[in-house]
Design a binder for this molecule. Structure first.
Ligand code: GLU
Length: 580
């Protein structure tokens, strides 16, 4: 299907998908028009079809990529609340089509003034269980995504702010069909029923909302109306801010202090893009407080020293090399990366090509390093933190990639942290639990962890919204994914799919995953045939389900071609004129 989808078609597709699906994971329906064709002027790849549609409408009206991202985010707050929303945070990377400049916007949550470095330690000084930490007030950071989007809109918006809320407000009022994935996540979440407000919305009495149910959210409609009318100030002060502070302070689980002053003090920040290289390509992403841009640049910067293109994408040798580069990148990440406003992060040194060439020498072409490797000493680093890292698995978060008719591109990853965030629902939206992205152990052998919690600090992220440019500085692709700390591996693998193996965007997104975050090597099921050889090289291999949500757009001579991750529900839509 080359023509763009009408809203009613999308409703129908969602309803059919909801009825058809019985498998625990999204079944791939080959009839579903995931990715459309090659688009001449503009295209969007977004985690949910209704959000993609809202973004495309904006581009069709002459809006820019930032406008489209805002419209999509507002719809996602409603239709994919388990993943992202105005109660969360995110990072947006933007390429300016005219100047070729890459800018990055930081809308990461901040810890409230009440946060303490030892807030996730139990009475005996050990870290509290992650499953307990993620619920309730203590986990909530001051949301940042709305301030960030407002900042990006002030600088690059083409359509009026108010217009960008229209679809989300309509859908909130009139209702949207609960998707199969949302229904499955509601039914599978043991924590939601413990939280009265969320339970009242996501349950019909005692029954979790079913796929295909039309759900409306008048509270969110009202919230969005206010923000559409008065800007982000309506969220960061006044009744919405008071309601957020009260929800955290009076939370039924782990009540904690978040004040209206904490909320009013939130600032979005522009940060320098972190760019690395792969061959003649420039790969740009988000710097601290995300570890994503650095880690993706490190993985690619090390791998460019190996003849990956000559090895099959799924060959044991290629998988080995990728796992080894990731293992080294994760060692540096744990040692150095936290919020750069609080701790010195040697960003330039970490992505320095000479440093990465040295690090690459630690990779043997046929022998795995075992377990955890030592971090390196990049130029500018003082001393490495050598404590254990908290590996976080995520099934939440969402990514969108957007290219507009002016040649601007946006790569935007947005999150409420774990699925349904803190499960605290206020004024129609969920509050994040991003504070759990801080290191639970504040120190190791008396050395402070770079990612320890502190008032006003931003927790370290793995989100890796990425934009790739060619030698002339022209747009090549935008891509990114949800998936906790696996985001780094998902994103690097998709970039390699295009740059090393010449796949199109969907081919790169479809590649089965290989992942090493410092211990064993994880693979997805299709890579099982490689296990014997990987084990012979010294890898401890585990076969895991890895539910990435890669959404990408690639520039090709035929036009803009998208990729949407079949492991989730995203789609690609574009202008109504296929390039051929
Ligand atoms: N909170 C995580 C991060 O910022 C993302 C969680 C997820 O993808 O599920 O790195």
């Amino acid at each position: 299907m080359r023509r763009y989808l009408s809203l009613s078609t999308i409703f129908l597709i969602l309803a059919l998908a909801a009825c058809a699906a019985t498998a625990p994971e999204p079944a791939h329906d080959p009839a579903r028009p995931w990715i459309g064709g090659a688009y001449k002027t503009h295209a969007v790849s977004v985690s949910h079809p209704l959000a993609a549609r809202a973004a495309l409408d904006i581009l069709n009206e002459g809006g820019g990529a930032v406008d489209a991202a805002i419209a999509a985010q507002m719809v996602m707050t409603l239709v994919e609340p388990q993943s992202s929303g105005i109660g969360g945070g995110g990072f947006l990377v933007r390429l300016d089509g005219k100047s070729g400049k890459v800018e990055t916007y930081d809308g990461r949550e901040t810890a409230p003034a009440s946060a303490r470095a030892d807030m996730f330690l139990d009475a005996r000084g050990g870290p509290v269980p992650y499953r307990d930490a993620i619920l309730g007030g203590r986990a909530v950071g001051v949301p940042g995504v709305l301030r960030m989007l407002e900042m990006a809109h002030r600088e690059h918006g083409r359509l009026p702010w108010r217009r960008l809320f229209r679809d989300a407000i309509h859908l909130s009022r009139d209702g949207f069909p609960v998707s199969e994935r949302l229904a499955r996540q509601i039914a599978g979440d043991r924590l939601l029923p413990k939280m009265p407000a969320a339970r009242g919305y996501f349950y019909d009495g005692d029954v979790p909302r079913k796929a295909g149910t039309i759900l409306n959210n008048p509270d969110l409609a009202e919230t969005l109306e206010r923000i559409a009318e008065h800007g982000a100030d309506a969220f960061y002060s006044g009744p919405i801010a008071r309601a957020m502070a009260a929800a955290v302070t009076n939370a039924p689980h782990h009540p904690a202090v978040m004040t209206v002053d904490d909320i009013a003090a939130y600032r979005a920040k522009k940060r320098p893009a972190v760019c690395g290289g792969y061959g003649s390509y420039k790969v740009c992403g988000m710097g601290p407080p995300s570890s994503g841009g650095i880690a993706v640049a490190q993985v690619l910067g090390m791998l460019q020293h190996f003849p990956l293109s000559g090895l099959g994408a799924n060959s044991p040798k290629a998988l080995h090399l990728i796992a080894e580069a990731e293992r080294l990148a994760f060692a540096d990440r744990a040692a150095y990366v936290g919020d750069g406003d609080f701790v010195p992060v040697p960003v330039a040194g970490m992505v320095d090509p000479r440093y990465l060439a040295e690090r690459a020498k630690l990779i043997s072409p046929d022998r795995a390093n075992v377990g955890l490797v030592d971090p390196g000493m990049p130029p500018g680093a003082r001393a490495a933190y050598l404590g254990p890292d908290d590996p976080i698995k995520g099934l939440s978060t969402a990514h969108m990639s957007i290219v507009d008719r002016f040649g601007n591109a946006v790569s935007f990853t947005t999150t409420v942290e774990s699925a349904f965030g803190s499960r605290l629902m206020v004024k129609g939206f969920l509050l994040n639990n991003q504070v759990t992205d801080f290191s639970f152990r504040p120190t190791w052998r008396d050395r402070p962890a770079p990612n320890r919690a502190a008032p006003g600090k931003r927790p370290r992220s793995s989100m890796s919204p990425t934009i790739v440019l060619d030698r002339q500085g022209r747009f090549v692709m935008a891509v990114g994914s949800p998936g906790g700390s696996r985001i780094i591996g998902y994103t690097a693998r998709a970039v390699l799919g295009v740059l090393a193996w010449g796949l199109d965007m969907q081919g790169a997104v479809d590649l089965p995953h290989v992942m090493n975050r410092g211990g064993g090597t994880e693979i997805e099921e299709p890579l099982v045939p490689a296990i014997a050889e990987l084990a012979a090289m010294g890898h401890q291999v585990a076969v895991n389900r890895m539910i990435s949500g890669l959404q990408g757009i690639l520039a090709t001579p035929e036009g803009l071609i998208g990729g949407a991750d079949r492991r989730r529900e995203g789609v690609v839509l574009g202008d109504d004129g296929p390039a051929e």
